[in-house]
Design a binder for this molecule. Structure first.
Ligand code: ATP
Ligand code: MG
Length: 190
């Protein structure tokens, strides 16, 4: 199986590039942000709890997030591989993912880091907020999300370097150039 972690700050283009990767490699796409937004829309108990945290720029607790991910993963059948979008966001989540995959004699094939400067992230997210009305894409919440990213999520770069899986991609510029760089990184590992 081809298991890809797509990684980067909020607004780095994970969702956009995931769609192109899914199309090219025929992978299943698990976006934890999309899963949580669906729960919010359905007004489930989980959705209501998640909304409080998301609107405040905070992460959902690891144990909850790991069980959500595990359920999504176990629901897949005949999968050629998975693109993990928005997960892991903490070292505890990365360790849990490795354990889950290892149980099936699988592992992450590559971790794709989309690197984008913070001023560009802010510009993109404010635009997305205007276009989509996403409640967490406002200046105050974006600032909190960037702090959470820097403190809790960005240490995963080192973690995946140590695991031999980290691939750096310049996430600033033309969508097609970024995608070509991602394809080259993936193809060098399969
Ligand atoms: P991008 O714009 O690159 O798609 P994003 O950070 O804007 O990324 P999502 O990945 O959609 O947005 O996540 C939205 C919110 O959902 C996060 O800010 C966080 O509160 C919550 N969330 C999503 N995935 C996780 C996770 N793995 N662990 C904890 N919280 C999560
Ligand atoms: Mg997304």
């Amino acid at each position: 199986m081809l298991n890809i972690v797509i990684f980067g700050a909020p607004g780095s283009g994970k969702g956009t590039q995931s769609e192109k990767i899914v199309e090219k490699y025929g992978l299943d796409h698990i976006s934890t942000g999309d899963v949580l937004r669906a729960e919010i829309k359905a007004d489930s108990e989980l959705g209501r709890a998640a909304k409080q945290l998301i609107d405040n720029g905070q992460l959902i607790p690891d144990d909850l997030m790991v069980s959500i991910l595990e359920a999504k993963l176990n629901a897949l059948t005949d999968s050629k591989g998975v693109i993990f979008d928005g997960f892991p966001r903490t070292i505890a989540q990365a360790e849990a993912l490795k354990k889950m995959l290892n149980k099936h004699a699988e592992d992450v094939t590559a971790m794709i880091e989309l690197d984008v400067p913070e001023d560009e992230l802010m510009t993109r997210l404010l635009l997305r907020g205007q276009a989509s009305g996403r409640a967490d894409d406002n200046e105050e919440t974006i600032k909190k999300r960037l702090i959470v990213y820097n403190e809790q999520t960005s240490p995963l770069k080192e973690w995946y370097k140590n695991d031999g899986k980290h691939c750096y991609i310049n996430g600033l510029g033309e969508l097609d150039r970024i995608f070509n760089d991602i394809v080259a990184a993936i193809d060098s590992r399969i």
